[in-house]
Ligand binder design. Structure first.
Ligand SMILES: Nc1ncnc2c1ncn2[C@@H]1O[C@H](COP(=O)(O)OP(=O)(O)OP(=O)(O)O)[C@@H](O)[C@H]1O
Ligand SMILES: [Mg+2]
Length: 285
C-alpha cells in the first residue's frame, strides 16, 4: 500500500468573494510502513490535505492515488476507501457519544457489517492497543474519563476499523505533557504493530523530528519541503520564512555552532547533542 498525492489543488468557496486557494499544486508520496509528519503554520492547509486522503473532500484538480486507485475519480466506492483509510480528526473526543466506551469503539466496526464476535474482538483489541485496560474502561461512560483517556477511546474507534492507513490530525493538541507523551507513544506503538502508513499532523517539531520517517512542510497551501527530518530541519532559513521553528534541541545546538563550537549540523535528538558536546568539552581541555 502506498499513497501518491499528485498536483493537488483545493479551492474553498470557488467563484465567491470568499474564494480561498487552500491547496496549491501539492505532491508527495507515502510508502508502506512510513510514518509521515505534516507540518505548517496555522491555516496552511494541513487539515484540508488530510481530508483529501480519504476522499472527504474533492479536489479542484490533481490526484490522490491510494494503493494504485485514483480516489478522486467518479465512481470509486467511498465506503471501500474509508475502510482502508482511518482519519482521526482534531479533538476527536468531541465526537464520542455512546453510553459506554465499548459501544463507542464498536460504532465503526458495526457499520462495516461485521459479526458480533468479530466486533467484540476488534473492540477489545483496539482498546488495548491504545493503552487502556479493557476490563477497567469498557463499561464506563466515555464522558467520565480524563481528557487523555477520552482521546484514546476516540482513536480506538478508528483503530478498530483496522485501517491500512491511519491519519491523525494533531492527536496531542490540548493535552497536558503526560497525556501528550502517552498519546504519542501509543501512536508509535500502533504504527509499529500494524506496520502500515501513519500520517500525523503536529505543531510540535521535536515530536516530528523524533518519530517521522518523512516530513512534509506546507505553507499557504504550497509544498515547501519534503524529506527526512534531517533534510527538512537542515533548511532552517526556509523554515523560519514560513513561521516554523526548529526542534528545541536543534535550535540549541545550532546556536552553539554559531558561537564557534564544533558540532555536527542539524542534531535532532538530545542524546546525540549530549555526546557531541561532551566530546567537544574533552577536546577543549
Ligand atoms: N470549510 C471551509 N470553508 C472555507 N475555507 C476553509 C474551510 N476550511 C478551511 N478553510 C480555509 O482554508 C485554509 C486552510 O485551512 P486548514 O484548516 O486546512 O489549515 P490547517 O493547516 O489545518 O490549520 P490549523 O493548523 O489551524 O489546523 C485556511 O485559510 C482556512 O481558512
Ligand atoms: Mg487543521
Amino acid at each position: 500500500m502506498s499513497i501518491q498525492v499528485e498536483n493537488l489543488v483545493h479551492i474553498y468557496d470557488k467563484g465567491m468573494p470568499s474564494e480561498q486557494l487552500a491547496l496549491d499544486n501539492v505532491s508527495f508520496e507515502a510508502e508502506d510502513g512510513q510514518l509521515v509528519g505534516i507540518i505548517g503554520h496555522t491555516g496552511s492547509g494541513k487539515s484540508t490535505l488530510l481530508q483529501h486522503l480519504n476522499g472527504l473532500l474533492r479536489p479542484h484538480s490533481g490526484k490522490v492515488i491510494v494503493g494504485g486507485v485514483d480516489i478522486t475519480q467518479p465512481g470509486v466506492p467511498m465506503v471501500q476507501i474509508r475502510k482502508k483509510i482511518g482519519l482521526v480528526f482534531q479533538y476527536p473526543e468531541y465526537q464520542l457519544f455512546e453510553e459506554t466506551v465499548a459501544k463507542d469503539v464498536a460504532f465503526g466496526p458495526k457499520n462495516l457489517g461485521l459479526s458480533e464476535e468479530e466486533i467484540a474482538e476488534r473492540v477489545r483489541e483496539a482498546i488495548e492497543l491504545v493503552g487502556l485496560d479493557y476490563e477497567e474502561v469498557a463499561e464506563r461512560s466515555p464522558f467520565d474519563l480524563s481528557g487523555g483517556q477520552k482521546r484514546r477511546v476516540a482513536i480506538a474507534g478508528v483503530v478498530a476499523m483496522r485501517p491500512e492507513v491511519l491519519i491523525l490530525d494533531e492527536p496531542t493538541a490540548g493535552l497536558d505533557p503526560k497525556a501528550h507523551q502517552d498519546v504519542l507513544k501509543m501512536v508509535q506503538e500502533v504504527h509499529e504493530r500494524t506496520g502500515n502508513i501513519t500520517i500525523l499532523v503536529s505543531h510540535n517539531m521535536a515530536d516530528i523530528a523524533r518519530l517521522c520517517d518523512k516530513v512534509v512542510v506546507i505553507d499557504s497551501g504550497k509544498l515547501v519541503a519534503v524529506g527526512t527530518p534531517y533534510e527538512v530541519f537542515s533548511q532552517k532559513d526556509q523554515l523560519r520564512e514560513v513561521g516554523l521553528e526548529l526542534p528545541p534541541v536543534t535550535q540549541f545546538t545550532e546556536t552553539l555552532r554559531e558561537k564557534g563550537i564544533e558540532l555536527d549540523s542539524t542534531i535532532l535528538d538530545v542524546d546525540t547533542a549530549v555526546s557531541q558536546i561532551a566530546k567537544y568539552l574533552k577536546k577543549e581541555k
